[in-house]
Structures are given as structure tokens and as C-alpha cells.
Design a protein around this ligand. Structure first.
Ligand SMILES: Cc1ncc(COP(=O)(O)O)c(C=O)c1O
Length: 399
């Protein structure tokens, strides 16, 4: 039998999906399961998005579209990023993909040759590691534990960039930690980036609309406009508008990068469907009430989650300020037992929690931090308190 390509052997199924699958099986078997495991927003966009989609279908051309994205989408995105604080961008600085995930994959293809180095902080979104592995890049993972609030420091970044990696991949607000960098922290990191001109910088900032406590969203190019030649901002309608299934990702960066991604698009996805484009345009340029309301709701939920986790003796939870995740350090449970089951690590902790209490969380090792677990708090509102109480009970029962 012929062999698969070597790169497929390097691709691993997502650990997040493994837990979600187990939770689904238990549910199907009649167990009462509360899922804190999947990072989906769990809300839908406003009616104007569906109206735009229906209207688009009524005049559908049925044809291929632009590899870069339809002009209407590019213009809507330009306005959107201007409102965020980006200025001086044109359509030529933009391109699209089937979700931010595919934009990131395209960027890896466009910027990294086999053996090139890419650096990023841990905890990281699992896909960063997987994409690096698939394209054959060497990942330099910069460990940022709970003791530094899971945030990368300028000193760490400086040391990493001294190795002249081809790409530095940054994520703010963070999945899995919910951490958000302040304007000052971004400016300090931008100063370091300015000293190292050989590295592309990707900012995967798809949770930029979900920032709490008036910290605001900040990008390196706001602090240091000259970095525009090297910084690629990645965005998506998935989380902001509750549209993960519509699969629209976007980037704004140097023209040469936008062109490279557009060329790759011409060789695989070709274009986004017209109906999807129309929905994304409506989301980006229509009323922003849904994302605003959701951001306020998630901030309230963050308070609930943070209070519940902080009340557990031995659990350390750096306070999230964005997205919809919390990432408590649960390592004080390691070495203890629950109902006779010994817990040695994060994977065993999450398995025991799911088995005993029916609460699904994702082991931190999936994100490069085995002392923690990820809680995604977008579940139905009525499940939030009971789920947190079950986690508290689980800890109280450890012996
Ligand atoms: C940090 C981060 N980047 C990118 C993505 C992918 O988003 P999309 O649905 O646009 O592909 C996700 C999805 O969970 C994410 O958490």
C-alpha cells in the first residue's frame, strides 16, 4: 500500500475534541453532563445577518469570487479595523480565509520553510503547535506560567528573537487563559520587536471584541507604526459575532503577505461563497449590539467563574480579562485521590472530574501548561453555577 505523506504523521487530533467526544458519549448514555470544554461562543448573530444572507441568495450569481475576498467584505473589514485603531490600510493589505484557522495555516505556508523557527508563548492555542508541526517548522515555546499571569515578558521575547526566528506568533486576548495585554505591556513588547527586524509577527487577535475592565484592545502597530511592515493582524467573525460555522477569517498586514495568501487561496479555496460574504459584511458593518451585549455578559460570567475558582483552597487562577476562558492552576490536586482514583496529572484530573461529577474541562497539557485546565464558560447560563459547584465539591472530596 502506498504511504501517506510524512506531514500527516505529524498532525495530531485535537485534545479538546477528545474530551468533548467523551462528554458527548457520557451524555448519550444518559449522564447529566456540563460541558466547559469547547470554545464556541454559543450565541447567534443578529437578524440583520440572516436577512443579508437571504437577500444575497435571491440574487446569487453562482460564480467563483475573488481570491482576496469580495470588495464589499474588504471594505467592511477596513472600516472595522479602523474602528479598532488600525489606520492607513487599503484592500491590498487584506486577504481572507475559511476562518482564522485557515488564515493561520496559509500564513504558515506563506512564511515558513521546513526547518524554520516559529516562537510563541505557552499556554498556546493547540492549533499553533499542530500547524508548526505539519509545515515542518521548529517551535520554540516560551513558557509563561501562572506565576507571571501567563503573559510573555519583554525579556523572554528579547531572548527568543535573538535566535532570529522566522515568525513570532502572538495571541491577545488569549485562548486558553483569557489574559489580555495592557497598552503598556504591548508597547514594551513592541519596543523589543522593533529591535529584531528579521522576524514576521502574527497577532492572532480574534477575541479583540471581548475585552473586559476597560483594558481595551491593543496591537503592536498602535505602539510602533513602523512595525506595520512585519505585523500581520488576524481576525475572524467566529467569536465576535457568534458565527463559527460561517467560516470567515481575515487578515491585515504587509501587501506582500496579503498577496502571498491570496495566491495560496487561488490554489485551494478559491473564494468565500457569496452568501457567506454577505453575512460577514452585514456582521462587520451592521449594528454591533450583539457583540457588545455578549462582551458584557461574558464579563459577568468571568466574575462568577473567577470567584468560584478563587474560593477553592490550593487553586490559583490568574484573573481573566477577555475571551471566555479561565485557566486555573489545579496542580495542588496532583498526588491526591478522588473516590479511590489517584490523580497524578491534568489529564487524570479532567478524566476523574468528568467521570465523578459530569463536568468536562480540557487538560492544560493540550495548551502546553500541564499544571492547569481550561474552563470555557459559554455554556447555557443555568449550567454555570452548578458546574462550578461540582468542581468545588470535587476538590473538597480529594483525599
Ligand atoms: C486563538 C484562536 N485563534 C483562531 C481560532 C480559529 O477561529 P476560526 O473559527 O475563525 O477559524 C480560534 C478558535 O477557537 C482561537 O481560539
Amino acid at each position: 500500500m502506498p504511504q501517506l505523506a510524512q506531514r500527516v504523521g505529524r498532525a495530531k487530533p485535537s485534545a479538546i475534541m477528545v474530551i468533548a467526544e467523551k462528554a458527548k458519549q457520557l451524555k448519550a448514555a444518559g449522564r447529566d453532563i456540563i460541558s466547559f470544554s469547547i470554545g464556541v461562543p454559543n450565541f447567534l448573530p443578529g437578524e440583520h445577518v440572516y436577512a443579508a444572507a437571504r437577500e444575497s441568495l435571491s440574487r446569487d450569481s453562482g460564480q467563483y469570487g475573488s481570491n482576496r475576498g469580495a470588495d464589499a467584505l474588504l471594505d467592511a473589514f477596513l472600516k472595522h479595523i479602523e474602528a479598532l485603531g488600525f489606520s492607513g490600510y487599503t484592500r491590498m493589505h487584506l486577504s481572507i480565509g475559511i476562518g482564522a484557522k485557515q488564515v493561520l495555516y496559509n500564513l504558515a505556508e506563506a512564511l515558513l520553510d521546513e526547518g524554520d523557527e516559529i516562537c510563541f508563548a505557552a499556554p498556546y492555542w493547540t492549533t499553533y503547535r499542530d500547524i508548526a508541526d505539519i509545515v515542518g517548522a521548529k517551535a520554540n515555546v516560551l513558557h509563561c506560567g501562572p506565576e507571571q499571569n501567563y503573559k510573555l515578558t519583554p525579556t523572554q521575547l528579547d531572548a527568543a528573537l535573538a535566535r532570529k526566528p522566522k515568525v513570532f506568533l502572538f495571541n491577545n486576548p488569549s485562548n486558553p487563559t483569557g489574559m489580555v495585554y495592557t497598552a503598556g505591556e504591548i508597547a514594551a513588547l513592541a519596543d523589543v520587536l522593533a529591535k529584531h527586524p528579521d522576524t514576521w509577527v502574527i497577532t492572532d487577535d480574534i477575541y479583540n471584541s471581548m475585552v473586559f475592565d476597560e483594558v481595551g484592545y491593543h496591537n503592536f502597530v498602535f505602539a510602533r507604526p513602523e512595525l506595520r511592515d512585519r505585523v500581520i493582524f488576524v481576525d475572524s467573525v467566529s467569536k465576535t459575532y457568534g458565527m463559527p460555522g460561517w467560516r470567515v477569517g481575515l487578515l491585515a498586514g504587509p501587501e506582500v503577505v496579503a498577496k502571498a495568501v491570496t495566491t495560496l487561496n487561488s490554489n485551494h479555496i478559491t473564494s468565500l461563497p457569496e452568501v457567506v460574504t454577505a453575512a460577514a459584511v452585514a456582521a462587520l458593518s451592521g449594528p454591533q449590539d450583539v457583540p457588545r451585549a455578549k462582551c458584557a455578559e461574558f464579563a459577568d460570567r468571568r466574575d462568577t467563574v473567577f470567584a468560584a475558582l478563587s474560593a477553592i483552597p490550593g487553586v490559583v487562577c490568574p484573573r481573566p480579562q477577555g475571551a471566555f476562558y479561565a485557566f486555573p492552576d489545579i496542580s495542588s490536586a496532583f498526588g491526591k485521590s478522588h473516590g479511590g482514583t489517584k490523580i497524578n496529572n491534568d489529564v487524570e484530573f479532567c478524566a476523574a472530574l468528568l467521570e465523578a461529577k459530569g463536568v468536562a474541562c480540557v487538560p492544560g497539557s493540550a495548551f502546553g501548561e500541564p499544571r492547569a485546565m481550561r474552563i470555557s464558560y459559554t455554556c447555557p447560563a443555568a449550567q454555570l453555577q452548578p458546574g462550578l459547584q461540582r468542581i468545588q465539591q470535587f476538590f473538597a472530596e480529594l483525599a
